[in-house]
Design a protein around this ligand. Structure first.
Ligand SMILES: Nc1ncnc2c1ncn2[C@@H]1O[C@H](COP(=O)(O)OP(=O)(O)OP(=O)(O)O)[C@@H](O)[C@H]1O
Ligand SMILES: [Mg+2]
Length: 287
């Protein structure tokens, strides 16, 4: 038996999440079984990429891991322990598990300068109170995400999308988490900024050993960053494995379809794929 040298950080087992259908007059809409028996794990310092079409349940899983959605059945454990329910336990959990979302404007208070936004988790989760120490930490975190220390005096509206996402990452790093749930964290950025932020995520992981659950539509981005990839379809994990294998030799037809929809920057491979697709379409349908 091969032993994984990295310890398991997060384990999701047979997870089910149901959104109850709305009641309208005398009729009730059917319940939405958004996540139906999903199992996967994330090891220390690992990136697990979670992909799937819109509505497949990616964010629902992310929110459940953050303790923001109630679970109908199955389990989520972090370092072998179930998610805490009480306030004190959740506070400790927040220190270990942080999040970065698609739109940093929604998570940053527009009337608070960047320094204040980063100071907040330092005070609340790291329990720092010394003003000078907090200031030093803010500058160190800004430097870690590639922003000048002066950025702490700016407001979110005075920053570009990429700079704002760097601030959101600095804020997520403030409590020194072991896992960050990145839900479409680069999806709203233009291609070149996206590449810079993806590289930043990779550099931070190499430096700090932080693990990521990296949720994205863009398989190219996931392939670049993930060690392992899971493919979600209608609330079920249809395929998971080493990122390279899932991306290069997808086994499940849904993964094959998902990959076929991604434009390949290499014109030769793109042409090969076009030819293969035409041949497949021309093949007689059997059965
Ligand atoms: N708060 C909610 N209440 C009711 N249903 C919800 C809620 N959030 C999500 N859903 C439903 O659950 C399913 C999964 O949604 P989810 O947001 O997890 O998908 P997703 O894979 O993140 O999609 P996208 O790629 O568009 O972000 C969808 O059918 C969605 O309509
Ligand atoms: Mg989503």
């Amino acid at each position: 038996m091969t032993v994984n040298p990295r310890e398991r950080l997060l384990a999701v087992h047979d997870l089910h999440i149901v959104y109850p259908g709305r009641r309208r007059l005398l009729r009730k809409a059917p319940d939405n079984h958004a996540v139906a028996g999903v199992t996967f794990s994330v090891a220390e310092g690992e990136t697990f990429g979670l992909v799937g079409e819109s509505g497949s349940g990616k964010s629902t899983i992310g929110r459940a891991i953050l303790g923001l959605t109630s679970v109908a059945a199955g389990s989520i454990t972090f370092r072998g322990r179930p998610l805490p329910r009480d306030r004190h336990g959740l506070q400790g959990y927040r220190r270990s598990v942080q999040a970065v979302f698609q739109d940093p404007l929604s998570s940053l208070n527009p009337s608070m300068p960047v320094g204040g936004a980063i100071a907040e988790p330092l005070r609340r989760l790291r329990e720092l109170s010394d003003r000078r120490e907090i200031e030093r930490e803010i500058c160190a975190l800004l430097e870690a995400v590639g922003l000048p220390a002066e950025t702490r005096h700016r407001y979110p509206s005075q920053l570009s999308g990429g700079q704002r996402q760097r601030v959101a990452i600095a804020r997520a790093l403030a409590p020194r988490p072991e896992l960050i749930v990145c839900d479409e964290a680069v999806s709203a950025l233009d291609v070149s900024t996206q590449a810079q932020i993806v590289n930043l995520f990779a550099d931070l992981q190499a430096e700090l050993g932080v693990a990521y659950l990296f949720i994205a539509h863009d398989l190219g981005v996931v392939r670049h960053l993930s060690h392992r990839t899971g493919v979600l379809s209608r609330g079920e994990m249809v395929e998971q494995g080493k990122a390279r294998e899932v991306h290069d030799q997808p086994q499940h037809p849904y993964t094959q379809q998902l990959l076929a929809a991604v434009p390949i920057p290499d014109p030769v491979r793109q042409a090969e794929r076009r030819i293969a697709r035409r041949a497949a379409n021309a093949a007689p349908v059997s059965g």
